[in-house]
Ligand binder design. Structure first.
Ligand SMILES: Cc1cc2nc3c(=O)[nH]c(=O)nc-3n(C[C@H](O)[C@H](O)[C@H](O)COP(=O)(O)OP(=O)(O)OC[C@H]3O[C@@H](n4cnc5c(N)ncnc54)[C@H](O)[C@@H]3O)c2cc1C
Length: 485
């Protein structure tokens, strides 16, 4: 199948980062009949978790880092993205075409750096590989080791010294071993999605964002088995020459062909809220505090990451040390993990697992004792759904043996940063342009075969990570902050 005609009807299901970015880049390449469906009324809710959005992309903030060990395909993709993030900031500052509700003061990317911390005295292999690879690829002195005197001077010259020891480890007499990715920082996730939505609309994309009219129910196939469109919850049929499924954590249960390749897994998130009058307001501002990761690849007792405060004072910390699942029997009898959140219809999940809370609290006690000194406790928790592939690579390809159907998913915890540019690559895949690039090869439809998976998928209801077998935290929401819910 060659590339679709520029006027051919194209449907994208899902307005998370994969759907938004693909829609934007399809329109930029001259496709004139692109429609995005989503069950979330994002025009009303503005991609805010607090307003009932539970997609991975609908969030306060996300980490942007180009540090990727030896994985140059993602490293270079991030540098490409960062250039685009800066252009988006410039567009906002210019005020020429502001998205609804945003001002010239808004930014979607803040270059506050991302500090990756180790527990002991040694840099982990991943960080060492990043430093080597960056040097080889011409990105010298972007990665700054916290214990290296020359690097500390470079951090000072970049105005990023605050990010070399944000937890004041040295003054507390503790080890402070880590690497600051000075190219990275924080994406303001909800605003960035709103901006992408606005840009795509301006470029001519149609959006149906509605719990009924926008909710995908099923694919429609013609007599030869080719996918010819979708049916939505209002029982309407929508014709398409090409349908792209980009439903994040919901994709594996909507597209059973992904069995064994992708699975929805839960991450655990807590938010503290710093009052504006607190002395910590200034300390945790993104001008003074980086995004950070702690023991990210060290299993259940590590896997933490966090952010400077947002404009409302939220300081968010996430736990990824255990990837929880929610296996549910599907119509075909197979158990697939389906996202469940505070906002799910019917049975909801309002607490994070106790294990996640314990690891977060232990870290906060040791690294951020000033929160307790100021009487600031967890204000809100969130279970947030990733779409993991078995090897942590994205999945961007046509669905085998199903003409007319593509998929863009498998974000595996690291796709948000590519909101401005991933769609350009997805369109290349759709058009068959330069498919031999390393990233595109990594994203191809694939099978585990004899390889060792990075993520073990589909362990089912009996698995130790299934939420039904996991103790949940209780009493995590402090009384004073209940109003936030
Ligand atoms: C807790 C957490 C932290 C993360 N941190 C980072 C980070 O720091 N940096 C980073 O780069 N990445 C991060 N990621 C990963 C990143 O957020 C994801 O890879 C990315 O947002 C996935 O986008 P998506 O478009 O695949 O899915 P989603 O954002 O989940 O969007 C899917 C969309 O599909 C819609 N949908 C689902 N079912 C239907 C249906 N039946 N009909 C219509 N619409 C439907 C949903 O409403 C949703 O809008 C994180 C992810 C999580 C969960």
């Amino acid at each position: 199948m060659g590339p679709p005609a520029k006027s051919a009807p194209i449907i994208i299901v899902g307005a998370g980062i994969f759907g938004l970015s693909t829609a934007l880049h399809l329109a930029r390449r001259g496709y004139t009949n692109v429609t995005v469906f989503d069950k979330q009324p994002y025009d009303r809710t503005g991609y805010s978790y607090l307003e009932g959005c539970d997609a991975a992309s609908a969030d306060l903030n996300k980490i942007i880092r180009s540090a990727y060990g030896s994985q140059t395909e993602y490293q270079e993709l991030t540098f490409e993205a960062i250039e685009a993030w800066k252009r988006w900031n410039d567009e906002l500052a210019s005020g020429t075409d502001l998205p609804p509700g945003m001002t010239t003061k808004d930014r979607v990317f803040i270059n506050c750096g991302n500090l990756s911390m180790a527990d002991g005295d040694m840099l982990p292999e991943f960080e060492k590989a990043t430093i080597r690879t960056m040097e080889e690829c011409g990105h010298r002195d972007t990665q700054l080791v916290t214990t290296d005197a020359r690097h500390i001077e470079i951090a000072k010259s970049k105005g990023m010294n605050f990010a070399m020891d944000p937890f004041q480890r040295q003054t507390r007499g503790r080890a402070n071993v880590g690497v600051l990715d000075s190219s990275g920082g924080v994406a303001i996730a909800d605003k960035a999605c709103r901006m992408a939505l606005h840009k795509a609309r301006r470029a001519g994309v149609r959006f149906i964002l509605d719990p009924t009219a926008g909710a995908f129910v099923s694919l429609v196939r013609n007599a030869s088995g080719r996918v010819s469109g979708i049916v939505t919850k209002d029982e309407k049929y929508h014709n398409a020459h090409l349908t792209l499924m980009a439903c994040g954590g919901w994709t594996p249960s909507l597209l059973p062909a992904l069995d064994g390749l992708c699975e929805a897994t839960a991450g655990s998130v807590v938010m503290y809220k710093i009052p504006k009058a607190s002395p910590l307001w200034h300390r945790f501002a993104p001008e003074n505090f980086p995004t950070w990761m702690w023991k990210m690849r060290d299993g259940a007792e590590g896997g933490l990451y966090g952010f400077p405060r947002d404009e409302h004072g939220h300081v968010k910390i996430g736990y990824r040390g255990t990837k929880y699942t929610n296996p549910c029997p599907q119509a075909d009898g197979v158990e697939r993990s389906v996202p469940v959140t505070r906002w799910t219809e019917g049975d909801k999940l309002t607490q994070i697992p106790a294990q996640a809370m314990r690891v977060i609290r232990r870290f906060v006690d040791e690294y951020l004792p000033e929160l307790a000194h100021e009487g600031i406790d967890v204000a809100l928790t969130r279970v947030c759904w990733y779409t993991d592939s078995f090897d942590n690579h994205f999945v961007v390809d046509r669905v085998p043996d199903t003409e007319g159907l593509f998929v863009a998913t498998g974000g595996s915890g690291h796709a948000f940063k590519y909101l401005p540019n991933i769609g350009n690559w997805v369109v290349d895949v759709i058009e068959g342009v330069d498919l031999n690039r390393a990233a595109i090869r990594a994203w191809k439809w694939r099978h585990l075969g004899d390889n060792m998976p990075s993520n073990v998928l589909m362990e089912g209801k009996k698995g130790a990570r299934a939420l039904g077998n996991v103790v949940l935290a209780t009493g995590t929401v402090s009384k004073g902050n209940r109003a936030m819910l």
